[in-house]
Design a protein. Structure first.
Length: 72
């Protein structure tokens, strides 16, 4: 979630990197999210934030996997 009028920076937003690599006849997608250690959130809030992101990626990547599987 991005707050209106607030630009992302090291202390308020994680970095998400997407890497694509040829693998056999397909392509491997690697998603790496980092920067949680420097987020300016109390420990308990930070842990919940990380957990939410982790579960969110599970959902979104499963949707992407299902979409790709349906392509000719």
């Amino acid at each position: 979630m991005r707050l209106v009028g607030v630009q992302p920076h090291e202390g308020n937003a994680p970095l998400v990197e997407f890497t694509l690599a040829a693998e056999g006849v397909g392509t491997r997608l690697r998603v790496t999210e980092s920067g949680f250690a420097v987020l300016r959130k109390p420990g308990r809030d930070k842990a919940a934030y990380i957990d939410t992101h982790d579960k969110g990626w599970d959902v979104h990547l499963a949707s992407l996997r299902n979409y790709v599987a349906r392509q000719p």
